[in-house]
Design a protein around this ligand. Structure first.
Ligand code: PLP
Length: 438
């Protein structure tokens, strides 16, 4: 069975004639018969080239927090684009957006815009290294920080059994083409394993520039931090003169207005934001606290970008954050997400399937396996066949989570109770069909 209707299949043929595999990002390729081509999005829905509607839980891999085509954001972008987009100077809209964002990120002393999460984490690493004069970086297994070489190790794309002992984790490259030398700068640690992070610092604390962490492991089942984990990382960094970098690309402006920093009450030295910051428009930011801010203020640590602070991105960010500040959109997201999580947990129990929902209601996953996973290594026990088969059946029926179980279901303020009811019904039917071998 193919997910493509006749018109979508035609468009996919056209796409593959001009784009490699018909996509501009490898995560969008689902094979020649199932890769979709989308005509438009509206609120909680996307429509393919056959006009088929899907309830969208991918939301462009997370950014679309207010819903597709959200009018106040579109209006702000339209107005900004008409007045010119890129200037070789700071522009009014950039200042206004930064003021609104800094009003939310009250912990920060400095900020600069970038365009993507990849750029933001790359710059945050250079800043941390330039400030500390050290090279090593601790990252967590299953964490993803974008496509640059520096952190593309031990992500959720590698086999959990390739990661070596929990006591001596092996940095596993997630791609060919990364210079071998880069590997020597990475110290991977299992998420939620403070003892392992302590071990890394005991061995080489004076060489570690930064600990970079997705505060909830949003690229591996959206796992939540156990109590004391983030606080422990903060303490380790303080004791050893390293910087704590929160990669809030997925969590920022989503799990709470102020992101994980606000929700968990732990303050990083540097944090990166993107995705929900701009409701789908390309805009990102790096925020800094304390003396490290001087690293950029005084020069000597390079940071630049032709499109950074462009008027379209910052106009989208300002309109998005202004609306999120009312509190209503994130309250709706949390309510809908909670109903989905409770409903899915109930269905798993009714059908006798071992598993649980994991993560935060604004971006949760469905883990089909024993127990409560704490880290990416626990993913080895996940029944990916059961999940994939169920998920493809759901997509065929018009409900679209990401077919990769590790990637969360994202909820927007445009999803409503009717979408929840349809989704749960479709999940129940699809799971039952998969279990029956249909
Ligand atoms: C936590 C995290 N950091 C960074 C990135 C990279 O962001 P971008 O795709 O905008 O470069 C992602 C992308 O999914 C992410 O999830």
């Amino acid at each position: 069975m193919s997910l493509q209707g006749p018109d979508t299949a035609d468009w996919y043929r056209r796409a593959s004639a001009v784009l490699i595999n018909g996509v501009s990002s490898q995560f969008r390729y689902w094979g020649p018969d199932d890769t979709l081509v989308i005509e438009r999005g509206e609120g909680a829905y996307v429509y393919d080239m056959d006009g088929k509607r899907y309830i969208d839980y991918q939301l462009g891999f997370g950014p679309v927090i207010l819903g597709h085509g959200h009018e106040p954001v579109v209006r702000a972008v339209r107005e900004a684009a008409g007045a010119g987009v890129s200037f070789a100077m700071t522009q009014r809209r950039e200042v206004e957006a930064a003021e609104v964002i800094r009003g939310v990120l009250t912990w920060a002393d400095g900020m600069r815009f970038t365009n993507t999460g990849t750029e933001a984490t790359m710059h945050s690493l250079r800043l941390a290294r330039g400030y500390t004069g050290r090279d090593l970086v601790v990252k967590f297994e299953g964490g993803y920080h974008g496509m640059h070489d520096y952190l593309l190790f031990s992500t959720a794309g590698v086999a959990p059994d390739s990661l070596g002992s929990r006591f001596r984790p092996i940095p596993v490259q997630s791609s060919s083409g990364i210079p071998e030398a880069i590997r020597s700068y990475i110290r991977p640690v299992p998420y939620n394993d403070l003892a392992a992070a302590e071990r890394a610092f005991r061995d080489e604390g004076h060489r570690i520039a930064a600990v970079i962490v997705e505060p909830t492991l949003s690229n591996a089942f959206g796992l939540m931090p156990v109590p004391g984990f983030l606080e422990g990382l903060r303490r380790l960094c303080d004791e050893n003169g390293a910087l704590l970098v929160f990669d809030e690309v997925k969590t920022g402006f989503r799990i709470s207005l102020g992101g994980a920093q606000e929700l968990f009450g732990v303050t990083p030295d540097i944090a990166t934001y993107a995705k929900a910051l701009g409701n789908g428009f390309p805009v990102a930011a790096v925020a800094t606290k304390g003396e490290v801010t001087e690293g950029w203020a005084k020069g000597g640590i390079a940071q630049a970008g032709t499109y950074s602070g462009n008027s379209v991105g910052v106009a989208a960010a300002r309109a998005t954050v202004e609306e999120l500040k009312t509190g209503e959109p994130l309250a709706r997201v949390e309510k809908v997400g909670t109903s989905l999580m409770e409903g899915i947990d109930g269905i798993l129990k009714d059908q006798g399937v071992e598993g649980t929902t994991t993560g935060h209601p604004a971006m949760f996953s469905v883990f089909l396996g024993k127990g409560d996973p704490r880290d990416f290594r626990d993913a080895a026990g996940h029944d990916s066949h059961l999940y994939d088969d169920t998920c493809f059946k759901m997509i065929a029926k018009g409900v679209m989570p990401c077919p990769d179980a590790l990637e969360p279901w994202f909820v927007s303020a445009a999803h409503d109770e009717e979408d929840v009811a349809t989704t749960l019904q479709v999940f129940e039917e699809s799971l039952a069909e998969t279990l029956a071998g249909k």
